[in-house]
Design a protein around this ligand. Structure first.
Ligand SMILES: CC(C)(COP(=O)(O)OP(=O)(O)OC[C@H]1O[C@@H](n2cnc3c(N)ncnc32)[C@H](O)[C@@H]1OP(=O)(O)O)[C@@H](O)C(=O)NCCC(=O)NCCS
Length: 174
């Protein structure tokens, strides 16, 4: 990652500055309303922005969720995006690594629905023990992944319970 990038926490106050980033990074999908709900909602999130010259060039959200029964605290990674002109420069990886480092003391594991070719590099592996909150198409089954904070602990199993913004079947199947 180039040295002009600084990674900081982002809150609802930063939402306006993130709008263009989301429009540019997801030209075919509007994830900005999800980000608005997550950053403005009651459920705790870890939201990290990568900025260059004060301008956001990357962003990631980790939402605190639970796996039931047992109320095991886990995080759900997403969305993650980097502005098109800065992709493949290590910014996405830096955001994911920063988030995983931050969460490893408090979260049993982090879940993600995404490309295994990308998330595998951070240790994510297909997860068949945690049931997602909405149905996932069969051909995406290996895209539902997790990485444990501590390999010595037992894998988490159960049903993922997410805050309202994530309870939208379209986010899990489109
Ligand atoms: C996916 C994304 C966040 C990756 O961030 P990035 O800063 O470009 O990625 P990095 O520089 O950290 O990593 C680059 C590596 O990841 C690979 N990569 C990037 N996007 C990928 C994808 N969707 N699937 C598989 N591999 C991908 C690159 O080929 C590159 O591989 P290499 O290291 O072997 O050359 C970014 O490309 C992006 O915002 N894409 C559009 C939005 C999106 O699809 N978000 C993810 C789903 S929420």
């Amino acid at each position: 990652m180039t040295p002009d990038i600084a990674i900081k926490h982002a809150t609802a106050r930063d939402l306006e500055s993130l709008r263009q980033l989301y429009l540019d990074a997801f030209p075919d999908e509007d994830l900005y309303p999800l980000v608005t709900d997550l950053l403005g909602g009651a459920a705790p999130v870890l939201s990290l922005v990568a900025a260059s010259g004060g301008k956001p060039v990357g962003h990631v959200v980790f939402t605190h969720c639970s796996v039931e029964p047992g109320s095991v605290t886990v995080a759900l990674l997403g969305p993650l995006c980097v502005t098109p002109g800065r992709q493949k420069g290590g910014i996405g990886s830096a955001l994911v690594h920063a988030g995983l480092d931050h969460l490893k003391a408090t979260m049993a594991q982090v879940m993600v629905l995404g490309d295994p070719n990308y998330y595998g590099r951070f240790g994510f592996r297909p997860d068949h023990l945690v049931e997602p909150p909405c149905p996932i198409p069969g051909e995406w089954k290996d895209a539902w992944q997790s990485v444990r904070s501590d390999d010595d602990t037992a894998p988490v199993s159960g049903r993922l319970v997410v805050p309202g913004a994530w309870n939208n079947p379209a986010l899990w199947s489109d």
